[in-house]
Design a binder for this molecule. Structure first.
Ligand code: FES
Length: 104
């Protein structure tokens, strides 16, 4: 999969099936905040998907949608990185990490 960073860098990483996007980013050294560790109690793991990829993930739960409303830089293809798992068939997905999700 590929991470697009706010500074324009494009980071290509190998990720095992079933890993959450939040964990994949951290393993790649990207300091996504993810303050609640995936408990759906923050929006600091906010990421964006290209439109074509957005529909390929299971849709967000009502709880995720509620939390997303708190995310700065919200877009129509925003998701929470702790709620996205990289299942089979999602190889090559590109995930954009907004500056507001990175630890300072
Ligand atoms: S880490 Fe808090 S909602 Fe994802």
């Amino acid at each position: 999969m590929v991470f697009l960073l706010p500074d324009g860098r494009r980071l290509e990483v190998e990720v095992a099936e079933g890993v959450r996007v939040l964990d994949a980013a951290r393993a790649a050294g990207i300091p996504i905040e993810g303050a609640c560790g995936g408990a759906l109690a923050c929006a600091t793991c906010h990421v964006m998907l290209p439109e074509a990829w957005y529909a390929r993930f299971p849709p967000p739960s009502p709880e995720e949608e509620e939390m997303l409303e708190l995310a700065p830089e919200l877009s129509p293809t925003s998701r929470l990185g702790c709620q996205l798992r990289l299942e089979a068939g999602l190889e090559g997905v590109t995930i954009q990490v907004p500056a507001s999700s990175l630890l300072a």
